[in-house]
Design a protein around this ligand. Sequence first.
Ligand code: CAA
Length: 382
Amino acid sequence: MLSFEFSEIQLQIKDAARKFAQEEILPTTIQRDMNSEFPSEILKKMGELGFLGMMVSSEWGGSELDVVSYVLAIEEFAKVDASVAVVASVQNSLVCWILETYGSDFLKENYLRPLAEGKYLGAYCLSEPEAGSDARQQNTIAEKDGNDWILNGTKNWITTGKHSNVSIVFAQTNKELKHKGIACFAVPNDTPGFEAGIKEDKMGLRSSETTSIGLTNVKVSEEHLIGNVGEGFYIAMRGLNGGRIGIAAQSVGIAQGAFEAAVKYSLERKTMGKPIAEHQLIQAKLAQMSMKISAARLLTHKAAWLRDNKLDHIRESSEAKLFASTIANEVTREAVQIHGGYGYVREYQVERMMRDAKVTEIYEGTSEIQNLVIAREILKSV
Ligand code: CAA
């Protein structure tokens, strides 16, 4: 059964993440958003504290924590800066998880260890110009050449595309086999022919970096294959089952940050002779925001707990992601509304949170895809 009591360690991780977020991330959040500045220094410090290899075993340099601890930390980071949170989420739940679960000792020593120790950043390269929601339609090709693989194609919307050191790349080895022909590779970003495109000029998450990746005759040795040929699509999907829990936690964090700002402002701002928090229409907004965040957080913790306990969680992970991303958008919009004109300017942060929230309904599977996944899981179990 899902326990509502956190362990001592889980609470310590939450506190450590909150302290780090307040002291190290928050002071530069507005400036990095304005200048689209990648948080290199912050990530270096996060790596040194073990926040970039949270669930990796200590054998491979990680912090060996559970998924619940991880979502508690991601929420704290996202509360002050969703851009930093997404880099940590992709690194922990997609890149590190895939390498630890499917990688050989060679891959773990050369890539997982430096990732877990925070010396490397990683990227997850599944989407393509013609393969977003329809992730099976991989046009990136991997051809065998003796003991090497040659990769050609284009990847899109890659978080940390340029600043990462190693990328998890999915590619088709035999079109006739459809998704059963897809393979997964670890590709060092300094491999000749691997080129990150220019940074996308995004509406939100401006301090995180999103690029395309061009792969032109990129040669990697057989040892860089992760899992077996034909297993790639399943690795991508099982990774996303965890990744979506990370995005749910990020969404809860964004909503919580906006909610706390709205409560604070509503106590300070006076209209008609009293703080706006004393007006019932504002109270109703605060009540709705609080309720939605609590529900989203519980769904997120439930999905994390199921994953920790190796129980089925495809449906729960999508439910958490779908609900949390929906309410992150609702709550941030209401936070801007409560702030009135001040909500529309940078200084009060809630306009950034509203911009940052939007993408949670798009990446790691759109809300439409989450609905589809949930419905399929319901019908499968009947
Ligand atoms: N977990 C485990 N296995 C899964 C799975 C899951 N969540 N989803 C599908 N599979 C398995 C199926 O069981 C099926 O297995 P069999 O071959 O044994 O039958 C196989 O994969 C194919 O699945 P489907 O038949 O369901 O394939 P489909 O094409 O009809 O639907 C999809 C698949 C659910 C639409 C999938 O393509 C999908 O999730 N699309 C969204 C992709 C996505 O989330 N992209 C995000 C990219 S990362 C990102 O956003 C960038 C970033 O850096 C943050």
